[in-house]
Design a protein around this ligand. Structure first.
Ligand code: CA
Length: 219
C-alpha cells in the first residue's frame, strides 16, 4: 500500500515515515501543500496523511481541491491544533479521519488499516480467497490453516492482489504501489516477489497475463 505523507515538520515526518515503513507501507513524503497537489494529480496512492498547517498551501485547501476533482482517496488529517473547529472543518471538507499530534504510531497504523479496509469494501479484518487468509491488522497469512511467513513486500503485493481477486494488475502499477521514491527497485522486483508468493502459496494461486501483469486466480 502506498501512502502520501504531507508534513512540513522534519522530525515528525521522519518518525511517521520510518514507523509506517516498518509496518510494510510504501511512504512518499512531501513538505508543502503545493507539491502535494502536483503529486496527487500525477501519481497513484492508496491513502493521504495530511497535515493542516503547511507552507505554500494549507492542508484544508489541498483537501478541498482533491474532493472538488471527485477524487475519493482516503484521507487522514494529522494536526497539532487542538481547536475542535479545525477538525470539524477538515471532516466537513472530506477527510475520513483525523489524529491530533502527538499520536501513537501504532494507532496511526491501525487507523490506516481500518480506513483502507472500509474503502475496499472489506468489513471483516481478514481477506480470504481459495484457502488463503490474509489479515492486514496482524500482518499474517495462512494457507489451509497453516501460517505462511512472507517478506513485507510479498505481503503488500499479496494484499494488493487479493483485495480484488481476478482483477488484472499491470506490472508498472504494482511497482508504483509497492515502492516509494528513493527506494531501490530492481527491474525484475515484482517478478521476484511473485515467484516467492507462488513458492509459498502454490504455483497457480497467482496467474501471469503475459506482457501485462498479474492477477489472483478467480474462484
Ligand atoms: Ca505543520
Amino acid at each position: 500500500m502506498r501512502l502520501l505523507l504531507v508534513e512540513d515538520d522534519t522530525m515528525i515526518g521522519e518518525a511517521i515515515r520510518a514507523g509506517l515503513r516498518r509496518e510494510g507501507f510504501a511512504v512518499d513524503w512531501v513538505h508543502d501543500g503545493e507539491t502535494a497537489e502536483q503529486v496527487l494529480k500525477n501519481e497513484p496512492f492508496d491513502l493521504l496523511l495530511l497535515d493542516l498547517g503547511l507552507p505554500r498551501r494549507s492542508g484544508l485547501a489541498v483537501l478541498t481541491a482533491l474532493r472538488a476533482r471527485g477524487d475519493a482517496l482516503p484521507v487522514i488529517i494529522l494536526t497539532a491544533r487542538d481547536a475542535v473547529s479545525d477538525r470539524v472543518q477538515g471532516l466537513d471538507a472530506g477527510a475520513d479521519d483525523y489524529l491530533v499530534k502527538p499520536f501513537d504510531l501504532n494507532e496511526l497504523a491501525a487507523r490506516i488499516r481500518a480506513l483502507l479496509r472500509r474503502k475496499s469494501g472489506q468489513a471483516a479484518p481478514a481477506i480470504e480467497h481459495l484457502g488463503v487468509i490474509l489479515n492486514p491488522a496482524t500482518h499474517t497469512v495462512q494457507r489451509d490453516g497453516k501460517d505462511v511467513a512472507l517478506s513485507p513486500k510479498e505481503f503488500a503485493l499479496l494484499q494488493l492482489l487479493m483485495e480484488r481477486p481476478g482483477t488484472l494488475h499491470p506490472r508498472a502499477r504494482i511497482e508504483a504501489r509497492l515502492y516509494g521514491w528513493g527506494e531501490e527497485v530492481e527491474s525484475n522486483a515484482v517478478e521476484v516477489h511473485v515467484h516467492g508468493l507462488r513458492r509459498k502459496l502454490g504455483a497457480d494461486f497467482i496467474l501471469t497475463v503475459r506482457g501485462v501483469g498479474y492477477r489472483v486466480r478467480p474462484t
